[in-house]
Ligand binder design. Structure first.
Ligand SMILES: C[S@@+](CC[C@H](N)C(=O)[O-])C[C@H]1O[C@@H](n2cnc3c(N)ncnc32)[C@H](O)[C@@H]1O
Length: 245
């Protein structure tokens, strides 16, 4: 029995070691158990398109990881997209997936961080970011960068969650699982996970960034919201320049 437990622990640490740092953090937080539920990214992509109605042009997936949002987003539209993430390996996986799907001409990757986006001012039409802001060293600085790179009329959709169309039974399972973990051996980690995903926290980051106008949607990691589903999202748009004055 001890041996079996020992092997399980070894396998767990090998798995964690083979993952990117943030993924390893997710795995250690028990998120891997959530992988048995339906994929959430496609539902988030539907909300991005509904909420942002983005103009065609220069789109960025910030903290793109393996392109979990990037790929369904370019599949659902005919727009190209640039992934930005400090994890080159994860993005390489995304590029490989895109090639397998014959989408390589519409997906590219840049290594970098939110806090110093390697793009000129006023050039990006859409910034999307799922499950990433909670890992940024300085979320307010990252949001200021997003504002800087957005072009007038450009939009940002940043946060985390399952998407409003995610099946209700899966939302319930997701929330139940997290509630259970809040009482388990890793309660402190889960408390932190949930705190970072509170709408009040998102509002505080947006205010600290000095965003003039923004909307926080959703109720967080352990609540369902009739409009936006489980999760929390920040939406903002850089105003178009008025020619009348
Ligand atoms: C949980 S993964 C999310 C991946 C993907 N967007 C998704 O929805 O599944 C978080 C990602 O944020 C990235 N990340 C961490 N710090 C970052 C930063 N300062 N700027 C941009 N991305 C960052 C990580 O490398 C990782 O790929």
């Amino acid at each position: 029995m001890t041996n079996r437990v020992g092997w399980m622990a070894l396998l767990g640490s090998l798995l964690a070691a083979s993952l990117a740092p943030s993924q390893a953090a997710d795995a250690s937080q028990g998120l891997s158990g959530e992988q048995s539920l339906p994929n959430r990214h496609v539902y988030v992509v539907q909300d991005i398109l509904k909420t942002c109605s983005p103009q065609k042009g220069f789109w960025v997936d910030l903290g793109a990881g393996k392109g979990q949002i990037s790929i369904p987003l370019i599949e659902a539209t005919d727009n190209p997209l640039v992934m930005l993430d400090p994890n080159a390996e994860a993005m390489t996986e995304g590029l490989t997936t895109a090639r397998e799907k014959k989408l390589e001409h519409r997906l590219s990757a840049v290594v970098g961080v939110a806090e110093a986006m390697p793009f000129p001012d006023n050039t990006v039409d859409l910034v999307v970011s799922r499950g990433s802001i909670f890992f940024w060293d300085d979320p307010a600085k990252g949001l200021r960068e997003v504002w800087r790179v957005l072009r007038p009329g450009g939009k940002a959709y940043i946060g985390g969650g399952a998407g409003s169309g995610y099946p209700k039974w899966a939302v319930e399972k997701l929330i139940e699982g997290r509630q259970r973990k809040l009482k388990g051996a890793e309660a402190e980690k889960w408390k932190r996970f949930i705190e970072l995903r509170r709408p009040e926290q998102m509002k505080q980051w947006a205010e600290a960034a000095g965003l003039a106008a923004f909307q926080v949607m959703g109720k967080g990691a352990v609540s369902d919201d009739p409009a936006i589903g489980q999760g929390v999202w920040l939406f903002f748009e850089k105003p178009s320049v008025s020619l009348s004055n």
